[in-house]
Design a protein around this ligand. Structure first.
Ligand code: HEM
Length: 538
C-alpha cells in the first residue's frame, strides 16, 4: 500500500511539473501576436524572449509556433529529442511546389530523406569531395581577388557583397554541374536569377501560413509565381542532365562533378532506394538556395565586422603575414589550422550573424520540452540568432570579440566543464549551422570557403569604407540575415609591387607588368601561378 501510495503521489507530482502552455504575450483576436512582430523576425523574437523567457508560444494569425531562445532548450531539440524534431513544417501551400516530394530541405524525416542525407554526407559534400575540388575554390577566389586588384589599380570603390555573391554562385554552379559564368554566362546567371526569385517569393509564400486553411487560395499570388520559376528551373535542369548524360555515354574521363555522381547513383540498381531525376533536381535546388547566399552573406558580415574593429583586422593581418607572408604565396587550405585568429574571426562572425537566423522544425510525436507538453505536429522555431547571443551564455554577447575563443575562461559565462564542449562544437549555445541530424550538411564546404576567402582578402588588401568612418550594421529582413546597406569599399593592394603575389595578379590580369626574369624567381612564380590556376596553361 505504501509503495502504491508513493507511486501515485510521485505520478501526481511529475504530472504537475508538466505544464501545458509556455509563456505567451497578450494575443489580439484573429491576428494573435502579429502586432508585436517587425519585419526582421529574428530580432522581434529575441526582444520578446527577453520578456517572456527562452521558451514561448507565438501566434501569427492562424499559425502558432514555440520559439526557443537558449542553448539548454536548443540542446533538448537538437540532441535529446533529435529524431522527434527532425522534420520540417509546411510553409504556405505546397500545391505550387513541384518538388514537394523531393525537395530535401522540406522533406519529412522519412527513409528517403535519410537516404539523401547519406548521399550528401558521404558523396557530394563529403570532406574528400571538398578537398578534390580545392582547385575550383581557389580559381573562383583568384577571380574575386583579381577584380579587387583591378579596383585597387583604378582607385575605384566596389560593392563587395555583389562580388562575393557572384563568387559563391559560380562556385556552387561549378561544384554541382561544372558551369560557371565566364564559360557559360547564361547558365550561371540564370540559376542566380531563379534562386533569387524563389528565395524572395518563398518568404511571401510562408506568410500565407497566417491565413490557415485559406492559404490554399494563394491570396498574395506568390504560389503561382514560385511555380512558374520552378518550371523554368526544371527545364534548365533537364538541359544540364542531358549534357551530362551525353558526356557519360561518350566515355568522358573528366573529373566527376556532383551531377555526375548523382546520375551514377540514379543508375545504380543496388541502392536501397531509387534516386529519380526529380530527386536530383530537388536536391540541386536546395544546394543553390542553401549554399550561395548563406556563404556570401557570412563573408560580408566578417569583412564588415573587421572594418568596424580596426584592431582586429590588424591582428589578423599580422597573423597571416607571420604564418603565410605577404610576398610569396596566398593563404592555402593547409594554413588554416595554423591561423587561430582567422578561425576565431570566422567563428565570431557566424555567432553574431548566423546566415539562417531561424530554424523551423516540426514535432513528430507528443513530447515534453522545458517542462511543457508539446503535441505532435506542433511547429517549433529555434532562434539561432537569440541562442548565439544569449547573455547568460556569453559575456558581452552582442560584441564582436574573436579573442573569446582564444581565452574561453575569461569571456564565457558558463561552467568550466562545458568549455571543452564548446571547443569541439558540442555545446548548444553556439549553433550557426543548426544541430542534430537535420543540421546543415554544407557546413564543411562553407567553412573551407569562408576561411580561405576571408584570409586571402585580408592578406592581399587593406579596405577603406566608402564615404564613412564606420559601417552601418543594420540587419535586413528575409531568410538569410543580410546587411541592409551594401558593403561598398575601396580595396587597396597590400602586396608590394615587386612581390610574386602582385606579379601573379598582373600576369593573370594581362597588364603586361608581369615577368622579368631578372626581377624575380621565375620558378616560384610559375609554381604560384600553376597552383593558383590549376589546369590553366598560363
Ligand atoms: C555560412 C554558410 C552556411 C550557414 C550559416 C548555413 C546554415 C544552415 C542552417 C542553420 C540550416 C538549418 C539546419 C537545421 O535545421 O538545424 C541549414 C540547412 C541546410 N543547408 Fe546550410 N548553411 C551554410 C552553407 C551551406 C552550403 C555551402 C550548403 C551546400 C552547398 C548548404 C546546404 C544546406 C542544405 C541542403 C540544408 C537543408 C538540410 C535539411 O533540411 O536536412 N548550406 N544550413
Amino acid at each position: 500500500l505504501i509503495i502504491v501510495q508513493s507511486f501515485i503521489k510521485n505520478l501526481k507530482q511529475s504530472n504537475k511539473k508538466i505544464q501545458h502552455q509556455p509563456p505567451s504575450p497578450l494575443a489580439l483576436p484573429i491576428i494573435g501576436h502579429m502586432y508585436l512582430l517587425g519585419s526582421v523576425l529574428h530580432q522581434s523574437f529575441q526582444k520578446l524572449a527577453l520578456r517572456y523567457g527562452p521558451f514561448m508560444l507565438i501566434r501569427a494569425g492562424a499559425s502558432s509556433s514555440y520559439i526557443v531562445s537558449n542553448g539548454a532548450i536548443a540542446k533538448e531539440i537538437f540532441k535529446t529529442n533529435d529524431v522527434n524534431f527532425a522534420a520540417r513544417p509546411e510553409f504556405g501551400s505546397s500545391e505550387y511546389q513541384i518538388y514537394k516530394d523531393t525537395l530535401f530541405s522540406t522533406l519529412d524525416y522519412t527513409k528517403y530523406w535519410i537516404f539523401m542525407k547519406k548521399i550528401c554526407m558521404t558523396e557530394i559534400l563529403s570532406p574528400q569531395q571538398i578537398t578534390k575540388f580545392a582547385d575550383v575554390r581557389k580559381e573562383e577566389m583568384m577571380k574575386l581577388l583579381e577584380f579587387f586588384a583591378e579596383c585597387s589599380e583604378q582607385g575605384e570603390a566596389c560593392d563587395v557583397g555583389n562580388q562575393l555573391m557572384a563568387m559563391t554562385n559560380n562556385l556552387i554552379c561549378r561544384l554541382t554541374m561544372s558551369t560557371r559564368t565566364s564559360t557559360n554566362v547564361n547558365e550561371s546567371a540564370e540559376i542566380r536569377e531563379i534562386a533569387k526569385g524563389i528565395t524572395l517569393l518563398s518568404g511571401q509564400l510562408s506568410l500565407g501560413e497566417v491565413f490557415g486553411p485559406l492559404k490554399k487560395c494563394d491570396l498574395l499570388g506568390a504560389g503561382r509565381k514560385v511555380k512558374a520559376l520552378l518550371l523554368r528551373f526544371d527545364k534548365f535542369m533537364d538541359g544540364i542532365i542531358e549534357k551530362h548524360e551525353e558526356k557519360r555515354h561518350a566515355g568522358s574521363k573528366d573529373r566527376k562533378d556532383m551531377m555526375d555522381i548523382l546520375l551514377e547513383i540514379a543508375d545504380d540498381t543496388s541502392t536501397e532506394m531509387k534516386l529519380t531525376r526529380n530527386g536530383i533536381k530537388g536536391l540541386f535546388l536546395d544546394l543553390f538556395l542553401g549554399g550561395t547566399d548563406t556563404t556570401s552573406v557570412a563573408l560580408q558580415w566578417a569583412l564588415a565586422e573587421l572594418l568596424n574593429h580596426p584592431k582586429a583586422i590588424k591582428k589578423l593581418q599580422q597573423e597571416i603575414d607571420r604564418i603565410v607572408g605577404v610576398k610569396n604565396r596566398l593563404v592555402e587550405d593547409s594554413d588554416i589550422q595554423n591561423l587561430p585568429y582567422l578561425q576565431a574571426v570566422v567563428k565570431e562572425t557566424l555567432r553574431l550573424h548566423p546566415s539562417l537566423p531561424l530554424v523551423f522544425r516540426k514535432c513528430r510525436e507528443d513530447c515534453v520540452i522545458n517542462g511543457y507538453k508539446i503535441l505532435k505536429d506542433s511547429r517549433l522555431v529555434v532562434s539561432l540568432y537569440a541562442v548565439n547571443r544569449d547573455s547568460n551564455a556569453w559575456a558581452d554577447a552582442d560584441e564582436f570579440v574573436p579573442e573569446r575563443y582564444l581565452n574561453l575562461n575569461e569571456n564565457l559565462a558558463i561552467e568550466p566543464d562545458e568549455l571543452e564542449a564548446i571547443k569541439d562544437g558540442q555545446n548548444f549555445c553556439y549553433v550557426p549551422f543548426g544541430g542534430g541530424r537535420r543540421g546543415c550538411p554544407g557546413a564543411g564546404l562553407a567553412a573551407a570557403v569562408l576561411h580561405r576567402t576571408l584570409g586571402a582578402m585580408i592578406q592581399c588588401f587593406d579596405w577603406i569604407i566608402k564615404d564613412a568612418e564606420t559601417l552601418n550594421m543594420e540587419q535586413g529582413a528575409g531568410f538569410s540575415a543580410a546587411m541592409v546597406y551594401p558593403l561598398v569599399c575601396y580595396p587597396v593592394m597590400r602586396v608590394k609591387k615587386d612581390s610574386l603575389v602582385h606579379k601573379a595578379f598582373c600576369v593573370r590580369m594581362g597588364s603586361g607588368e608581369g615577368l622579368h626574369s631578372e626581377e624575380c624567381d621565375v620558378g616560384s612564380l610559375a609554381t604560384l601561378i600553376q597552383t593558383s590556376v590549376a589546369g590553366s596553361k598560363t
